[in-house]
Design a protein around this ligand. Structure first.
Ligand code: NAP
Length: 518
């Protein structure tokens, strides 16, 4: 199947004064509506439930970004019923029209780009360039999946009648009602990608965003409505994962679950979805994108400045809260001290502080729970390695943690095995490239990885043997772009799907073969 080439949404150049002014205006606009109350949206209607939750600014936890009504099991059931009804008509809508809803949504977000970025800065703690990249990725998903849906409607051209006694036809049809469960770390891009792929394929959805980033999720649902998405096709049910998550996943009328989040929750969903409930007519499909413990290998032939820069940027961009973030640097002993010294020199220059300041590199971490968890790993780091830099934290106003590097960490240490999801990097010394590759593959995950090397033989071996879904050569291991680097991991990093790749929409559909005899 072919797709129309699409040029990615450009990143904003913040060295230009004009763009700086626009971002400041975006911040001003978002501040003008802080503290508003947001409803659930079920069947196109605003629903005000009994429970309300505040979304807080992680850089200033006294500031309420918005108060959001929360779905209970009761509202979740209504949302599923609404989606079931909407599915019956939406599945028959011309795929070109469904794609058009995505293109219109992309245009609306593009027009309000600085507002959306500013909201990500305030609600998710993303520094300017990280927030800008999140919004650009959301636009890319809409454009890419819209184009892909259009190209897939020509699937019939691929399978032709080859016999004069019959007419053979092959077409994709949607699955049904999907539960979309999204994470907070790309609260716009990933949510938009997961929701739009499901919808453009002809499904109807119930969307449960992560609890800490519900305002930006609501804004996207509004955009989809403005873009012409019919009532009931997307139902917005913010609520606690532990309260309504199981109900959604176990529901017999849910046909598929699309989840992005941690390994623990992903496994639970996978197990629960496998159990056939009374009245259930299908085996549920689960698309799960989970955690990572991503590594960068540096060998003796590497450009050491490039290596240090790639490691530090991958480890501390958005405070290490990317599933693709480098949390292990694996460096061969002959260049180890030099790379560590170079990393030290760079990390010292990173500004920690409010993401509303243009020059901040490391903003806050997500919330109090993330703060506590990351701090406990820093405590552990003192016994598993030697502190090179950082280690300090302060939650008096916001949840700030210094970029932290532990060196001389052994390959079996918990710091080298467990996903921390914060600004903590473990550095491991190995004898040679052979051992580096072993250590890199020595976790239960397999999401991203990078090798920094000038040795062609090493690069080719990494191509074959570095077992990750996204392998990068001589660059950082974060920053996948929709349509350029389809994204998703192996092993316990998920169900091997690739967001922003050519097969992703197919996960939301099933193929139907029709053969008519003459
Ligand atoms: P999380 O705690 O697993 O939460 C993800 C979503 O699942 C949230 O909406 C959460 O709701 C919900 N949830 C929690 N318990 C649930 C349950 N019992 N049933 C159903 N849903 C439930 O993950 P996170 O902290 O938001 O995100 C960080 C994780 O996501 C990291 O592990 C990261 O590596 C991974 N991630 C992976 C990718 C990828 O592409 N592979 C991309 C981004 C992030 P609440 O917020 O209400 O708890």
């Amino acid at each position: 199947m072919s797709t129309t080439p699409y040029q990615m949404e450009p990143f904003t150049d913040f060295t230009l004064k004009d763009n700086q002014v626009k971002y400041e205006e975006g911040l001003k606009l978002v501040k003008s509506y802080l503290g508003r109350t947001y409803p659930l949206i079920i069947n196109g209607e605003k629903v005000f439930s009994e429970t309300i939750m505040d979304s807080l600014n992680p850089s200033n936890h006294k500031e309420v970004v918005g108060s959001i009504h929360q779905a209970s099991v009761n509202e979740t059931e209504k949302a599923i019923t609404s989606a079931l009804k909407a599915f019956e008509s939406w599945k028959k809508v011309d795929p070109f029209i469904r794609a058009d809803v995505l293109f219109k949504a992309a245009a609306i977000i593009r027009k309000r780009k600085f507002e959306f970025s500013a909201l990500l800065t305030i609600e998710a703690g993303k520094p300017w360039s990280e927030a800008d990249a999140d919004v650009a990725e959301a636009i890319d998903f809409l454009e890419y999946y819209g184009r892909q849906m259009r190209s897939m409607t020509r699937v019939d051209d691929v399978i032709l009648s080859r016999r004069n006694i019959e007419r053979n036809e092959y077409r994709y049809i949607p699955l049904g009602v999907g539960a979309i469960i999204t994470p907070w770390n790309f609260p716009l891009a990933i949510l938009v990608g997961m929701s739009s792929a499901a919808i453009v394929s002809g499904n109807a959805i119930v969307l449960k965003p992560a609890s800490t980033t519900q305002v930006i999720a609501y804004k996207f649902v509004e955009v989809l409505e403005e873009a012409g998405c019919p009532k009931g096709v997307i139902n917005f049910i913010p609520g606690s994962g532990s309260e309504i998550g199981d109900y959604m996943v176990n529901h017999p009328k849910i046909r598929f679950i699309s989840f992005t989040g941690s390994k623990g929750v992903g496994i639970r969903i996978y197990e629960q979805a496998a159990k056939v409930q009374p009245g259930q007519l299908w085996l549920k499909r689960v698309i799960a994108e989970m955690g990572g413990k991503d590594a960068i290998i540096v060998d003796e032939s590497a450009d050491l400045d490039l290596a240090a820069d790639a490691i530090v940027r991958s480890a501390f961009g958005f405070s290490g809260q990317k599933c693709s973030a480098c949390s292990r640097a694996i460096i061969v002993e002959s260049v180890y001290d030099e790379v560590v010294a170079k990393m030290h020199a760079i990390v010292k220059t990173l500004k920690v502080g409010s993401p509303q300041d243009l020059d901040t590199f490391v903003g806050p971490v997500n919330d109090h729970n993330a703060f506590k968890k990351i701090k406990s790993y820093i405590e552990l780091g003192y016994s598993e390695g030697k502190l090179l830099f950082g280690g300090q934290s302060d939650d008096s106003t916001g949840y700030f943690i210094e970029p932290t590097i532990f060196v001389d960490v052994s390959k079996e240490a918990r710091l080298m095995q467990e996903e921390i999801f914060g600004p903590v990097l473990a550095v491991c010394k190995v004898k040679d490239f052979e051992e580096a590759l072993d250590v890199a593959n020595n976790t239960e995950y397999g999401l991203t990885g990078a090798i920094i090397s000038r040795n062609r033989a090493h690069i080719e071996r990494a191509r074959e043997e570095f077992h990750v879904g996204n392998l990068y050569i001589n660059r950082k291991c974060t920053g996948a772009i929709v349509g350029y680097q389809p994204f998703g991991g192996f092993n316990m990093s998920g169900t091997d799907s690739k967001a922003g790749g050519p097969e992703y929409l197919l996960l939301h559909m099933q193929g139907k073969t029709i053969s008519e005899a003459y």
